[in-house]
Ligand binder design. Structure first.
Ligand code: SF4
Length: 58
């Protein structure tokens, strides 16, 4: 496990066994995966906006 998803991270470097917040390795990995996926999605959103694609939902 390696997690540096917040300011409470162990020693200011990263929690590497279990989170000081109690987060388990599987949750940290899934959150990393979620952020990675959202970053990828944002690439398409930016490119879509350039060609006039907009989301009409608020
Ligand atoms: S495991 Fe918890 S305390 Fe540690 S960096 Fe991640 S979110 Fe913060």
């Amino acid at each position: 496990m390696f997690c540096y998803q917040c300011e409470q991270t162990a020693k200011g470097e990263g929690c590497d066994k279990i989170g000081v917040c109690g987060k388990k390795p599987d949750v940290a990995a899934l959150q990393d995966l979620l952020i990675h996926a959202v970053k990828g999605l944002s690439v398409f959103a930016v490119e879509g906006r350039k060609v006039g694609v907009v989301d009409s939902e608020p």
